[in-house]
Ligand binder design. Structure first.
Ligand SMILES: NC(=O)c1ccc[n+]([C@@H]2O[C@H](COP(=O)([O-])OP(=O)(O)OC[C@H]3O[C@@H](n4cnc5c(N)ncnc54)[C@H](OP(=O)(O)O)[C@@H]3O)[C@@H](O)[C@H]2O)c1
Length: 257
């Protein structure tokens, strides 16, 4: 099966392309680096020729409210248009658990807009809602740092390894479209502040992490269960302590999402 991975050079995309190839699929890593740009349409018709599935794991280079909204609206509109012309039979997009509960955040308003366009298009689709990646914990500390302390709400949090995200997205991409949303998450629940504190300690980052019930998550007020999936979610197998001992944990991602 020919599967085009939009954002194929990114954290999830690069892992996904390898896994799909290992399973015998023709996986194309598509991103501006390889001449495929979903904002301008450049290279899209050529990349999508003969493709059965398109997996969108791209992300906006800017997280400023207007920029991120423009990114997901424009890229999704272009993708769906080119997919219809190429006869693509399955559009898979990676989004975030709790997106619909986080509309106070500019980033999540953009993800809501992305999902809405997918649901109202004619292309059969699967939306994958993943919890936060372990690789994202350091970035979460950075965006929650007020110059003195890292302030985070002590809400439930069930993150997962990027490798498990890529495996789950790959399984869904090669299956039939669900025309709905599938939730995936990590095998353990933590308090958000507790896990970021443990991640910073492992990185020997001296910043103090404070549990602050008023602190926002990505600009949005959250309650105890906003960030966790429901009990039908498919769970990854990698536990946090196991991931910490793996090499991926030694290279903190600069990415946010
Ligand atoms: N961070 C989290 O904890 C989390 C949790 C759940 C879901 N997600 C979602 O996961 C998705 C992927 O995140 P990630 O961290 O893997 O992303 P990432 O590492 O930041 O990679 C972003 C990718 O998007 C590509 N891209 C940027 N502009 C593009 C354009 N105009 N056309 C085509 N491709 C473009 C980049 O290509 P170049 O390398 O060529 O620039 C890169 O391959 C996001 O949609 C995010 O919402 C994230």
């Amino acid at each position: 099966m020919k599967i085009v991975v939009i954002g194929g050079s990114g954290l999830i995309g690069s892992k996904l392309v390898i896994k799909l190839r290992e399973h015998g699929h023709v996986a194309i890593a598509a991103s501006p680096n390889s001449g495929v740009n979903t904002l301008t349409g450049e290279g899209l018709a050529e990349a999508l020729q003969g493709a059965s599935v398109v997996v969108d794991v791209s992300n906006s280079p800017s997280f400023e409210d207007a920029a991120v909204l423009k990114f997901f609206e424009t890229s999704t509109r272009n993708l769906l248009t080119y997919e219809a012309a190429a006869g693509v039979g399955h559009h898979v997009a990676l989004s975030v658990v709790g997106t619909e509960r986080l509309s106070e955040s500019g980033y999540f308003r953009a993800k809501i807009a992305q999902e809405k366009m997918i649901k109202s298009s004619s292309i059969p689709y699967s939306i994958v809602h993943a919890t936060q990646f372990f690789e994202f914990l350091k970035s979460l500390a950075d965006i929650s740092f007020d110059g003195d302390k890292v302030r985070l709400p002590p809400v439930l949090f069930q993150p997962m390894a990027a490798d498990d995200v890529a495996s789950a997205v790959g399984m869904i991409a090669v299956g039939p479209p669900v025309n709905g949303t599938v939730e995936i998450g990590g095998p353990e629940q933590f308090r958000l502040d507790e896990l970021v504190r443990r991640r910073l300690a492992a990185l020997k980052d001296p910043r103090e992490v404070i549990a602050d019930p008023e602190a926002l998550y990505s600009g949005a007020k959250v309650s105890l269960r906003t960030l966790v999936p429901d009990n039908t979610a498919r769970l990854g197998k990698t536990r946090f302590e196991t991931w910490l001992t793996q090499s991926a944990a030694q290279i903190p991602s600069r990415k946010v999402g």
